[in-house]
Write a protein that binds this ligand. Structure first.
Ligand code: KIV
Length: 282
């Protein structure tokens, strides 16, 4: 599948063709996702939780994000690559945010994602003006979730839904090429998808978005600390991994691993010479 372009994003929405995105944080998964013919790979700031073991995303640094973007880039040949701007890069002056967006591009991203909050319209317009594609993010925005009453569904009542709609409109007006809509009721996601010309990428927002994204570790059952209600586990990789580790330990302890096929012998004449030399030394 050819790499998705910004023009194709709107075309895919117009044709009603769903966009499929997942997250990646390292080379092996990036490589597997790239082979999987999905449309986009996000190096999300969920990195902080599912790969770095923290209990929130807002403390992840630019250096940590870029370290992982570079690893993912090495595994991605075909897929559209998006980097998630961490809070540290957004809660600063517009010029500084723009500099950080450029660093994501230098590290190999084709777009950056911005969790929406006050001031993001101006910041995004400046990034877009510099020729960098931006994906907005509304609804539940994990970087500011604590200040906004915690995690959970957003836009439950009409007032809250109107505010999300206004944010989504400002995302589109600022020049974003797509928008992540996280944890809003299905009806609200449907309204946004109908009103916006840019594609909505849902997570926890029902089937009426123009595309879907999941954290890959959730899809694979690899991150067990939190299981979001909206995330479907397509595999139980944690159980498979546990079994592999237990089998390895049993085989090492039982002398079954390494077996001859995992062992590299020395040529017998070299071994004889080695033994002779050692004998002379002692
Ligand atoms: O950080 C992340 O992985 C995200 C997606 C879940 C949308 O923001």
């Amino acid at each position: 599948m050819a790499r998705l372009t910004i023009e194709q994003l709107r075309l895919r929405k117009a044709r009603g063709e769903k966009l499929v995105l997942l997250t990646a944080y390292d080379y092996p998964f990036a490589h597997l996702l790239d082979e999987g013919a999905i449309d986009g790979i996000l190096v999300g700031d969920s990195l902080a939780m599912v790969a770095l073991g923290r209990d929130e995303t807002s403390s992840v640094t630019m250096e940590e994000m870029l370290h992982h973007v570079k690893a993912v880039r090495r595994g991605v040949l075909r897929t559209w690559l998006i980097g998630d701007m961490p809070a540290a890069a957004l809660d600063v002056a517009v010029e500084q945010t723009l500099e950080q967006a450029k660093r994501f591009c230098e590290a190999g991203c084709e777009a950056v994602k911005v969790e929406w909050r006050a001031g993001m319209d101006k910041t995004t317009a400046a990034i877009v003006k510099a020729g960098i594609a931006v994906m907005g993010h509304v609804g539940l925005t994990p970087q500011t979730a604590k200040q906004e009453g915690g995690f959970g569904l957003r836009g439950k009542d009409s007032e809250a839904a109107i505010r999300i709609n206004e944010q989504a409109e400002s995302v589109e007006q600022a020049g974003c090429c797509a928008i992540v809509v996280e944890c809003v009721p299905d009806e609200v996601a449907k309204i946004l998808s109908n009103r916006l010309t840019i594609p909505t990428i849902g997570i926890g927002s029902g089937p009426n978005c123009d595309g879907q994204i999941l954290v890959t570790q959730d899809l694979l059952g690899l991150y067990e600390r939190i299981k979001p209600r909206f995330a479907k586990r397509y595999a139980q990789m944690a159980s498979i991994t546990r079994k592999a580790i237990a089998d390895y330990a049993t085989e090492v302890r039982g002398g079954l691993f390494p077996a001859p096929e995992h062992t590299q012998p020395m040529p017998s004449e070299e071994l004889a010479k080695l033994q002779q030399k050692l004998a002379q030394k002692s």
